[in-house]
Ligand binder design. Structure first.
Ligand code: TYD
Ligand code: MG
Length: 463
């Protein structure tokens, strides 16, 4: 028997038999909290979850993998990000800021999947949580949507808003926060897909600690992973993101699951980007693009231009670049505003790009291009709410700052290059693909490391 008390770090999930002031794993102070296993029932339950049939390893040649066994979500964009659909028995974590649209997207997927095969009139969308009395679904693709955040009525309301709430027989709703109860319901009705919204609301009585604490989140995740693997039922878990941008109940969660998807975007714009950060069954860094509308999420099939804003061509401070997200090339507008500052330390505000990167590029502009950026407040923004980490955006950022500072409109100009510390332009990966995309959309003035050697040269040609 394990000791009934353990201390778990709320930052990194480190577990210790005794309390410590400082976590030896992540060096956080005072982050270890006590967890008491009140009875050992949950552990025993864990053993019950093992498959009843004797365990026999298979030879590699006997393992059959069928691509078509992946569950299609009804969104080509989401299927692409997942690597072709949801793999049976896999556990997917969908993370994102609160209010970004996770529940909406998942409910739409649930409706798509459960509507796919069979639709019966007059059935109730919601069924009660009486556990064992929920009848198994024998035909069609059944989805169990478990919400610890909303009541069944609220989900129904949302489903109605999305437009498809009334005649669904295969979508089962359950408002529940008890991890162990969720496990037994899933074992009982064996749906084809389980959605848990959100993992932070799940708690087990057997454990101490509130829902959302690392111990609870970790326990719930591992319990769901066990069921997923043993019954070959895929799970999608919703995870909220903490202020630091990490999935709460931190990285432990991402290590445990098979796939981590991230839904991002700015709340005031409708554009949402679904990104895979980890995928045991598909590509990473692949993106799908959606817009949030009154009746749910709509996928955008040709999203290459979605981040371009409609502005007059003579506005200064705006330059385009082509960024790669996964295998896709997107045209993005970078906007800058440079104004004289009265502050001894002028302001630098970066949104959509790394602040440190901006500081570095400004230093390069100052030193190598002799632009007086040290006397200016500089604001840089990526239009459309995209977060750019691609170094190819460097040139675009520099040009946008230059354009604003000198009042030179550069609207139709595209800059694709990394800028080095010496002000030199460096080539970036897949440049042909990027150029092709820009040309396809009708842009001709494309500046790259292949056409110009240094930032200074570029600025000189612009006058
Ligand atoms: P939600 O899916 O609840 O976000 P999350 O689960 O990530 O916290 O989305 C909430 C926001 O989305 C809310 O501000 C309302 C808006 N919304 C729409 O714009 N259209 C819709 O069809 C729905 C259902 C919500
Ligand atoms: Mg939600």
């Amino acid at each position: 028997m394990k000791s009934s008390i353990s201390f778990v770090c709320q930052e990194c999930g480190y577990e210790s038999a005794q309390w410590m002031g400082k976590c030896p794993e992540c060096n956080e102070w005072n982050s270890l909290k006590e967890f008491r296993i009140k009875n050992s029932e949950s552990r025993i339950k864990g053993e019950k979850l093992k498959p009843q049939t004797p365990i026999v390893p298979k030879t590699l040649k006997d393992v059959i993998y069928q691509e078509k066994s992946r569950l299609k979500t009804g969104f080509l964009e989401a299927d692409g990000v997942l690597g072709g659909g949801i793999v049976p028995g896999s556990v997917v974590l969908l993370a994102g800021d609160p209010g970004i649209g996770k529940s909406t997207l998942l409910l739409q997927m649930a409706l798509n999947i459960s509507n796919g095969t069979r639709e019966t009139k007059g059935s109730k969308g919601a069924k009660k949580t009486s556990g064992a009395s929920v009848s198994p679904v024998s035909s069609g693709t059944s989805v169990l949507y478990i919400s610890g955040e909303e009541s069944e009525q609220q989900i129904k309301l949302r489903a109605n808003r999305i437009g498809d709430g009334s005649k669904n027989d295969n979508l089962l709703l359950l408002s529940l926060t008890d991890t162990d109860a969720v496990v037994s319901v899933v074992e009982e009705i064996k749906p084809d897909l389980v959605i848990v919204d959100s993992i932070q609301t799940m708690e087990s009585e057997g454990l101490g600690g509130l829902s959302g604490s690392v111990g609870q989140v970790r326990y719930a995740t591992s319990a769901f992973i066990k069921v997923a693997k043993s019954l070959n039922i895929p799970f999608i878990l919703v995870g909220h993101v903490t202020k630091g941008g990490m999935v709460a109940g931190p990285m432990v969660l991402s290590h445990m699951v098979d796939t981590v998807l991230f839904l991002e975007g700015e709340k005031n714009t409708g554009t949402r980007i679904l990104r895979s950060l980890k995928n045991r069954f598909g590509p990473v860094d692949e993106v799908g693009v959606f817009t949030m509308q009154g009746e749910g999420m709509k996928e955008i099939k040709n999203p290459e231009q979605i981040f371009l804003s409609e502005q007059s061509a003579d506005a200064s401070g705006s330059v385009l670049t082509v960024t790669l997200e996964g295998t896709r090339a997107f045209l993005v507008e970078i906007q800058a505003l440079a104004v004289y500052s009265k502050l001894p330390m002028p302001r630098r505000v970066a949104s959509g790009i790394d602040y440190k990167r901006l500081e570095l590029l400004l230093a390069v502009l100052q030193k190598h291009c002799r632009l007086p950026v040290d006397t200016m407040d500089i604001f840089v923004n990526v239009a459309g709410g995209l977060k750019l980490s691609d170094p190819a955006a460097d040139l675009g950022i520099c040009l946008a700052v230059y354009s604003s500072l000198k009042n030179v409109p550069l609207k139709k100009t595209i800059g694709i290059a990394e800028v080095g510390l010496l002000g030199e332009l460096r080539s970036v990966n897949m440049i042909e693909k990027r150029i092709k995309q820009a040309k396809k959309l009708g842009f001709k003035n494309i500046i790259t490391a292949e056409t110009q050697r240094s930032l200074n040269n570029v600025l000189r040609t612009l006058g």
